[in-house]
Write a protein that binds this ligand. Structure first.
Ligand code: AMP
Length: 398
């Protein structure tokens, strides 16, 4: 692989896999352009070098071929705006004669946006023939779509084989994502604290197991904490609990003890008499929640307990909220953790935040600029920290 920043794109046509899977409203207006913005530096570097860019992406989950709803043409106007008025052409089919001709006549400084890759089922199937039809459009392949790096799709992984090693590379976004994730997982300065929250233990078991060999401290919050508290003999009332995971939670606690990893569970919780923003609430020890009540956020003592651990950390990984942060009454715990992560970062820690809900929370509370890195890839990041090889990364590196 080549290093993107060292590569001179002058006179080159670069086929760039981006993640433009942005949310659109009923009028096909983009409601959150974070993913598009994230790819701008990569595109501009190629254009500034004197190259041309062919952009390919998926949008949504089209089931049966082309459809208006999932057309990437809805992104054209905004893309031109983000790229400061650059010429952006649109190919109504991502492969075929027209796409080939449009790509061939593309001039340096120009951009061609291809129609949704997933209008072909071959994309998700990782079809080699389809990948080859995309590959003929350009002479350099750049993968800048970290959000789909855990998928072995035609455009994210299979396509790389059609480019010689020196003409395939990560884009700037992908490079940053991979470097940040590797820094945390493989080169962390200790103490290394992982903060894992969210609803389900089942979604986070693999990441927890993998982190047992890496982190010095693991903070467990959110709904998943109660399965652990039950495993430790606590009374959790009607809090979220995965009965079939209680044993696994107990085993994880035991393994952590053997490996000398400290697991921190919330000492108290904000409990509610129903799952509702207007519920009656109270603070209770997490190990003694009344029968009809459920823990929907970590309590004030737990906030202090977790902040202490976070503030003495040199490396921090955060995935998953501490409570039902979507409702203002249950967002205090997530906010406290965000504050502590920001403060630790200011004191010199490296902090990586990833996963849909923790990113949404950190944006909502205005802390995104106060952490070291906010990952754009939810599923991809989770799989990376589970210790899996991501096809999109491996295809470029191998
Ligand atoms: P996940 O997708 O697994 O990261 O979970 C995120 C979701 O977990 C959010 O929608 C939160 O509202 C929810 N959540 C966090 N804490 C709790 C809790 N104590 N009880 C129920 N749901 C929770």
């Amino acid at each position: 692989m080549s290093k993107f920043s060292d590569f001179n794109f002058k006179g080159r046509k670069a086929l760039v896999r981006v993640d433009f899977n942005v949310p659109l409203n009923d009028k096909y207006e983009i409601t959150d352009d974070t993913r598009m913005k994230a790819s701008v530096p990569t595109i501009l570097k190629i254009l500034n070098d004197g190259g041309s860019v062919i952009l390919m992406s998926h949008l949504g989950r089209p089931k049966e071929g082309p459809s208006e709803k999932y057309s990437l043409k809805h992104l054209l106007v905004h893309l031109r705006k983000l790229l400061q008025g650059a010429t952006v052409l649109f190919a109504p089919d991502c492969i075929g004669n027209d796409a080939v001709q449009m790509a061939a006549s593309l001039q340096p400084g120009e951009i061609l946006l291809l129609e949704n890759l997933r209008f072909y089922q071959e994309e998700e199937k990782g079809d080699t023939g389809f990948a080859k039809k995309l590959a003929v459009l350009a002479d350099v392949y750049v993968n800048d779509a970290f959000g789909t790096a855990h998928r072995a799709h035609a455009s994210t992984a299979v396509i790389a084989q059609f480019f010689p090693k020196e003409k395939r590379m990560f884009g700037m976004l992908m490079e940053n994502e991979v470097a940040s994730a590797e820094k945390v997982l493989h080169h962390s300065e200790k103490p290394f604290t992982a903060i894992i929250g969210g609803a389900k233990v089942s979604d986070k078991i693999l990441i927890l197991e993998n982190l047992l060999g890496k982190a010095t401290d693991i903070i467990i919050g959110g709904g998943m904490a109660y399965t652990f508290i039950k495993a430790m003999g606590g009374k959790i009332g009607k809090s979220l609990c995965e009965e079939d995971r209680v044993k696994i939670a107990a085993d994880l606690m035991k393994k952590a003890e053997e490996k000398k990893v400290s697991i921190h569970l919330p000492s108290d919780s904000i409990i509610a008499d129903k799952f509702d923003a207007n519920a009656r609430t109270s603070d209770a020890p997490s190990y003694n929640i009344p029968a009809e009540w459920s823990g929907l956020d970590i309590g004030p003592n737990a906030c202090g307990q977790f902040a202490n651990v976070i503030l003495r950390s040199k490396t921090i990984l955060w995935n998953g909220p501490m409570g039902v942060f979507e409702m203002p009454v249950f967002q205090h715990g997530t906010k406290c953790v965000a504050e502590a992560v920001a403060e630790a970062t200011q004191k010199g820690a490296f902090s990586l935040v990833g996963g849909g809900d923790s990113v949404a929370a950190i944006n909502q509370f205005g802390f995104s600029k106060k952490v070291s890195y906010v990952s754009t890839g939810g599923g991809a990041m989770l799989e990376f920290f589970e210790g899996k090889t991501l096809p999109g990364i491996a295809a470029i590196q191998s």
